[in-house]
Design a protein around this ligand. Sequence first.
Ligand code: ATP
Length: 473
Amino acid sequence: MSFKDESTNAYGAAPPLDLRSVDIVVVEGPDRGRRFVIEERIVRVGTAPGSHLRLADPTVSRVHCELRLNKGGVRILDTGSTNGTFVDGTRVRDAELVAGGTIRVGATVLLVELGEESVHIPISDSCRFGAVIGAGVEMRRVYAVLERAAPTEATVLIRGETGTGKELVAKAIHDKSSRANGPFVAVDCGAIAPTVIESELFGHVRGAFSGAVSDRKGLFEESDQGTLFLDEVGELPLSLQAKLLRVLETREVRRVGSNVNKRVDVRLLAATNRHLAQQVNEGAFRQDLYYRLAVIEVELPPLRARREDIPILAQHFYERFSGNTNPLSSELLGSLLARSWPGNIRELRNFVERLVSLGWSGAAPPKREEIPSSRVPHMPESMLMPIPVHLSLKDARGAVVEQFERFYLNALLAKTNGNVTRAAELAGVNRRFLQRMTARLGMRPTSDDQGDEEALDGPDELTEEPDSPPSSL
Ligand SMILES: Nc1ncnc2c1ncn2[C@@H]1O[C@H](COP(=O)(O)OP(=O)(O)OP(=O)(O)O)[C@@H](O)[C@H]1O
């Protein structure tokens, strides 16, 4: 089975998803007597101006909870509210509601009834969106939103756990927009130090700060005529959120140290894990920016919630890494389906890549020894050392760091079979640095690296074994 054709629908035409609307009546609180008919798939409840169901109750959080229509009725998710969400008296984070049930948020009580209207949820016929693969109904619902959103200029907020494909979705939106021939620039806001993020995004002029030896474009200017994807947008410091909002409103940027504004033509896409609403409630993320970013919002389900996509994804990765199209054996697919995949699609991808790189042909089910562990080495328990309060902060920090370096190096060298050059590449440091570090820690790699020029001190063997649990397959 190959998934090269965009319109391929090996799973048949997508059936329309028609849901019953839901009526919510406020039975207690300042909004008592108000009635809301819920006809949207996702409804935000809170005091923030952008809420679908906006309440006046000051004990309700800005983004208090979310209601989601589904086949069974309504699901409710607390979005990090301060005072909690209660269903029929029980505090919940994620619960199914039944008709006639009550929700309490702050001092407000809502009665939930099934409505008369029918809510039509579009489901795409396609089983992929650009490079994003997945044929289950959850993903097709996402594609239906993306298909409409991509050609527009709308900002899209992509939510999802790590490894669920947020960046891939952002790139696919860009590729299907009129900006496809322009640049696509992705930036992980969590990976840039708060002190330099402003100049990264907006650029700087020479002399703006020490080290600014020449004028430099920021990422907004780099993505002019294209798309800028802000990954982990919740990591942006508050001061920068205000500046970002201004750029979104004025479409102009000002380089650090300059007093000239420059027009930019950029479409913004952003991604976050689930905590952005909570950050809004805690005052750590601007509510106006949140709603500005979430003009269209999609949530990518974790792999555990769309297990039906595991075979098609595994087959896709297998074809990509091996270059052949043999169907994967049902035995292998069965064992893949039985795994939990906390790292989501990235973990599945890496797993198949390792399987192929270990020489598995795909013709027959892999032998037990051909199946790599998908588990990452964890810090050993002995890393939980007593806090060395008898040492100064500097020395205590040094002791902890040294212990970490030892475990890190051991795991790294075990992964590369002692090859220092490869280990240095993986660690993002140069080889000599890694060799000096190895020597400083009194370790010697069992190196297959013929080019090692420096003699290393210390014992001949790595003394601590990395924590490598057996394969669970
Ligand atoms: N639906 C999908 N179809 C095909 N490949 C996918 C899909 N989702 C994710 N991948 C692959 O999984 C890996 C992780 O995806 P991506 O980087 O887009 O995830 P992410 O949600 O942005 O992760 P993070 O939050 O860690 O940045 C990539 O190699 C990507 O190509």
